[in-house]
Design a protein around this ligand. Structure first.
Ligand code: CA
Length: 642
């Protein structure tokens, strides 16, 4: 057993602190500081006027007292709102100066914490602000995944605060050609949840730069603080908080719930991470040789299974859900986090906010968690009934393999239909009910849907790519589960490098590659795809039967049509209890297919060209399904006896 392992064992046995008061707690009269620093020789609190580490003027350095379970405490009798602070942790003759891992506010670049009166950051009406989809379930959600910069930064977006939280608090915005942008675009599209790529404080960008550049932000530095480059003043600890709250308030006012992408599986830099500087090596996993475990591919894996790490993650998610009114959490590489931590988070948050949704990436990755630890992978889905996983089977079968240029079902491959048929029902291997599967065909990772289809079919007209795009979207929105799209997918988003190639990992590629061009909607082909997405979303939202959450309801309601199909043509019958019957067909053939409709009058709601919540045209007897397209029929409602 290594020294580190022995140490960690001792911490697990003797130093588990369960209080909910770590960090600094402000009142007008006094501020209480508490930091978990077991095995330290001493800890002091250092107060500063400035949050900038270039300003070395110290106000005061005060000794902290060790109390229960390795927690060092100090209460300062004064109004410390706006005062910055660090901890000086002394061990074996060496002193480390660190930011509070529980910091709620920080100075520029997140190296000093700030004491804060959080009520001072609340926008008007915050006390009555709430999730606009509070009464709905996770399968009712339509999730739209975007990045603060991508959604606002395009030169023609018509948005004033480009690349900022406040840019997403602007309403009524549009491009010079009149296409809606930002919030207006999302409203027009009809999504319910905006899922935002990391917006906690990350380390890759220098907040002191006038033009800090671009990064997705999967490199956490301060988990409980918003990122400074998205604020208009990263130097002032309150600004980023109040601006993020304003953004959330305006989104809520516009009926859009907010999901936060959270990265609790690794930190930006294991050695520099504040928690590790206070308790060396505790926050991350090491293998038997003492090397950092690296299942994340980002240099380290967080040891979520350790008591105080698990508590830290739980406290953090709870804080965002309550203080910031965040309505959902997307866990990056959840497969590196243990099942008990995921369930602990969900239970804690749902005890006060049952409306919050949880989902994440359930890939199995090698990590040094030990064999006794059960990880939050797809395979273990049944152990986490309130957590959904991204469905890569649907994605890859529809569009073709992730890292190659092969065709998928929507570009004319007949492979994988049995898998797809299962995915359509929301019940697929690990997904025991539709509320466990996030259905999608593109996200920020890898090529955009447009680019991936173009790679598989380099020689077809753009109208053909548009047709495949619509076909893929139809599959996602008509399937049981939780539909999810990458922002801009509905505008045939493309990520093109300066040399003309497609970018498959644009995490630092800048606005030129990443910013969403809303005026693409003025292009005739793109407009058509955009309208189709709007129609699909409206149709889904209008039909409860597409949003089942229980496996038995699925089995009772949905059956596969067996006659007159085959060879790339799939059909499903949906028989809701209190609505008219619905037929859904998918034709992956390059030729049109004739089907026989059951007796009676039908209406078409979705075909190769259009999708709508209103009937497009009547159908009776026979119908023709165009190549590479979906078609939906609903039994015509009888308005009275003849
Ligand atoms: Ca930062």
């Amino acid at each position: 057993m290594s020294f580190m392992e022995k140490n960690n064992k001792r911490l697990e046995n003797e130093y588990c602190y369960s209080g909910h008061d770590l960090g600094s707690t402000w009142t007008k009269e006094k501020t209480a500081f508490k930091v978990w620093a077991p095995l330290a020789d001493s800890v002091s609190l250092r107060l500063y006027k400035s949050g900038d580490t270039d300003d070395r003027e110290v106000l005061e350095t005060l000794f902290m007292k060790e109390e229960d379970k390795g927690v060092y405490c100090l209460t300062v009798e004064d109004d410390l709102h706006g005062i910055y602070y660090t901890y000086l942790v002394e061990r074996d003759g060496e002193t480390a100066e660190v930011c509070d891992p529980y910091a709620k506010a920080v100075g520029v670049n997140g190296d000093r914490a700030m004491v804060i009166d959080l009520s001072s950051t609340d926008p008007e009406g915050w006390e009555s602000d709430m999730n606009p989809h509070i009464a709905e379930g996770i399968t009712d959600a339509v999730i739209y995944e975007g990045h603060i910069r991508d959604l606002t930064a395009a030169p023609n977006s018509g948005i004033y605060d480009k690349g900022k939280f406040l840019g997403l608090a602007e309403t009524g915005t549009h491009t010079p050609s009149g296409d809606a942008s930002g919030i207006e675009h999302m409203k027009e599209l009809g999504i319910t949840h905006l899922h935002i790529l990391p917006m906690y404080d990350f380390s890759s960008l220098d907040e002191k730069e006038e033009e800090p550049g671009y990064n997705w932000g999967y490199d956490p530095k301060n988990y409980n603080v918003p990122e400074g480059t998205y604020s208009t003043d990263p130097y002032d600890g309150t600004t980023r908080i109040s601006e993020l709250k304003q953004m959330i308030k305006v989104l809520h006012d516009n009926k859009i719930s907010v999901v936060m992408d959270v990265v609790y599986n690794h930190v930006a830099d294991a050695a520099e991470f504040s928690f590790n500087k206070i308790v060396p090596g505790y926050f991350v996993r090491t293998d038997k040789k003492g090397n950092l475990s690296n299942g994340s591919g980002c240099g380290n894996d967080v040891a979520s299974e350790r008591y105080m790490v698990r508590k830290f993650i739980e406290d953090s998610v709870y804080y965002w859900a309550t203080e910031y009114h965040i309505d959902g959490f997307r866990f990056d590489l959840a497969g590196l986090i243990d099942v008990d931590t995921i369930n602990g988070i969900i239970n804690r948050v749902k005890s006060v906010r049952p409306d919050v949704i949880f989902y994440g990436e359930g890939w199995s990755l090698p990590t040094a968690a030990g064999r006794k630890v059960s990880l939050a992978t797809q395979k273990n889905s049944s152990k986490m009934p309130e957590f959904a996983f991204f469905n890569d089977t649907m994605r890859d079968t529809l569009r073709g393999g992730l890292f190659d240029k092969t065709k998928g079902y929507v570009s004319g491959s007949m492979k994988g239909q049995r898998k797809l048929a299962k995915c359509f029902t929301g019940l697929y291997k690990w997904s025991k009910s539709p509320d466990r599967t996030v259905n999608y065909i593109s996200c920020h990772d890898n090529n955009t849907l447009h680019d991936r289809l173009r790679m598989a079919c380099p020689d077809v007209y753009e109208t053909e790519i548009a047709r495949m795009n619509k076909f893929a979207a139809a599959f996602v929105f008509l399937s049981q589960g939780i539909p999810f799209i990458q922002a801009g997918e509905e505008l045939m988003r493309t990520k093109v490098n300066t040399n003309g190639s497609f970018n498959e990992n644009s995490y630092k590629a800048g606005d030129g590659v990443n910013a969403i061009n809303y005026s693409a909607a003025s292009d005739e082909i793109v407009r058509d795809v955009y309208e189709y997405y709007k129609g699909l979303i409206a149709f889904r939202r209008a039909h409860r039967v597409l949003r089942l959450s229980d496996r038995y309801d699925v089995k009772k309601t949905i059956s596969r049509i067996r006659s007159g199909v085959g060879e790339g043509l799939m059909g499903f019958k949906l028989r809701p209890r209190d609505e008219e019957e619905i037929l859904v067909y998918f034709n992956a053939c390059m030729n049109q297919r004739l089907i026989v409709l059951p007796y009676g009058d039908w209406d078409v709601y979705v075909d190769a060209d259009r999708a709508s919540a209103e009937p497009l045209k009547p159908a009776k007897g026979f119908a023709t399904i165009q190549p590479l397209s979906a078609m939906v029929f609903k039994r015509h409602k009888r308005t009275g006896d003849l």
